[in-house]
Design a protein around this ligand. Structure first.
Ligand code: UPG
Ligand code: MG
Length: 240
């Protein structure tokens, strides 16, 4: 269980990960403006373990998700609309001595910010191919060593058309227990705390549509992709 405390929200004045801009433009003669973020593109990988017949996902605490839940809980308490709960700086400031979620019911539990996701990573190393970046993420986050040549490109898409416009490229990797060389869990020196999770093939579609399991669209789409494209290969032994 994650322990999240000492939360402080402050304005983001400079970042290595995202930069906000406003673009003014004219569309068919109408002047418009749009606020957006520049951010890194990313890769994600649907991993299927052929020994165990399960998908390998990651589970991690996402501050952005947690803060949405926090704002929602504040809005419920004060009767205001979500998005109207004070200024960021104000939101900010659950004072440190207010402590952690367990002792202070006004903070949602840490689990409110934990999501199930495909293994994924930012494209922040210009000298590496997308496949090579994906390979490194599979190794670091999930502990499987697969050659980049074994990654099959599924497709690519825009991961956030309103805000970032960033592109995500999705790969498929078949692994076996023999490819497992470590625990995964992310890069400790980068502060990554990732839990590796197995989803059995026969439970995948229920998992995908279960709204009580917080997850990314990538998980849902890739499970459906697998069912449309790969199931016949594994059907006999799984009886799905
Ligand atoms: O504000 C930030 C942002 C990132 N990091 C660091 O950067 C790393 C980024 O990890 P990485 O695995 O490269 O990227 P993800 O966070 O997994 O993000 C990917 O996976 C997400 C879920 O699929 C997608 O939403 C993203 O677009 C995609 O880049 C994090 O662990 C942190 O170490 C920070 O410290 N602060
Ligand atoms: Mg990641």
């Amino acid at each position: 269980m994650e322990q999240i405390n000492n939360i402080q929200v402050v304005p983001c004045t400079s970042s290595n990960y995202l930069k906000p801009f406003r673009v003014h433009y004219s569309q068919n003669g109408t002047m418009k403006s749009w606020d957006f973020m520049r951010t890194h593109d990313s890769v994600s990988v649907l991993i299927f373990n052929t020994t165990l017949h399960c998908f390998i996902l990651v589970k991690q605490f996402r501050p952005a998700v947690y803060m949405c839940e926090w704002e929602k809980s504040q809005a419920e308490e004060t009767g205001s609309e979500v998005g109207e709960v004070g200024e960021v700086g104000e939101a900010a400031a659950p004072p440190e001595e207010k402590g952690d979620a367990e002792n202070h019911p006004q903070l949602p539990p840490a689990s409110a910010g934990v999501t199930y996701e495909l293994c994924a990573g930012l494209v922040d190393k210009p000298h590496l191919s997308l496949e090579e970046i994906a390979r490194q993420e599979v190794l670091e986050e999930c502990g499987y060593d697969v050659p980049a040549s074994k990654l099959r490109r599924i497709t690519s898409y825009r991961s956030g058309v309103g805000v970032t416009g960033a592109k995500q490229t999705m790969f498929y990797a078949e692994v076996s227990d023999e490819n497992r060389v470590g625990e995964g869990g992310g890069e400790p020196q980068e502060g990554e705390l990732i839990e590796v999770v197995k989803v059995p093939l026969h439970e995948a579609m229920n998992f995908a549509y279960d709204e009580n399991i917080p997850k990314t669209m990538g998980v849902i789409f890739s499970f459906i992709w697998f069912h449309s494209n790969m199931l016949s290969k594994y059907k006999i032994s799984t009886n799905v």
